[in-house]
Write a protein that binds this ligand. Structure first.
Ligand code: 8DG
Ligand code: MG
Length: 148
């Protein structure tokens, strides 16, 4: 499009379903986009990064956790708000050391992290995540029987 400036161009994000048993790690956002909603750890892909590297870096920066078994699951293409179009690469991972507990090194961006059962998710979820859940997306390696 002739007049679309760089600010309108889609950005690439990597978000991580960090799984532990039947639980997933979520934090309540303090960022202006999606404030007060529960979201996955994740952020924008940096120049030259692989999706796996971005997933590891973002989870480490946001939760202090080291991750392993990093796999690419799917991709979403979402206009989050009037000025924000995000292509989000969805990854799955596990915590590398089960003794590690999530920290909150970026308290300006998140209220804190906790493990939530996939069958009993907190609300409100961040918009793009709510859409995935409503569409029946399953981040687990095995089928889950969700009743919503
Ligand atoms: P950065 O600029 O520091 O790299 O990243 P950030 O400030 O941590 O970015 P973010 O907003 O947490 O994530 C980037 C985008 O990813 C966000 O604007 C929309 C998209 N996104 C989804 N679903 C989810 C999700 O569940 N969690 C997070 N954090 N982002 C998501 O589409
Ligand atoms: Mg983030």
């Amino acid at each position: 499009m002739e007049n679309s400036g760089d600010l309108q161009r889609p950005k690439v994000a990597v978000v991580v379903f960090l799984l532990k048993g039947s639980k997933v790690l979520l934090g309540r956002r303090r960022s202006p986009v999606g404030r007060d909603t529960f979201a996955l750890p994740g952020g924008h892909l940096e120049f030259g990064e692989s999706f796996e590297e971005c997933a590891s870096r973002e989870v480490k920066e946001e939760t202090g956790l080291d991750i392993t078994e990093i796999e690419q699951l799917s991709v979403t293409n979402t206009v989050v708000n009037a000025g924000l179009h995000i292509v989000a690469v969805l990854m799955r991972a596990s915590v590398a050391d089960s003794a590690q507990v999530p920290q909150n090194p970026e308290p300006d961006k998140c209220e804190g992290w906790d493990w939530y059962d996939w069958m009993n998710l907190p609300r409100p979820l961040f918009g793009p995540l709510e859409t995935l859940v409503r569409d029946g997306f399953n981040p687990f390696p095995l089928p889950v029987d969700r009743h919503v």
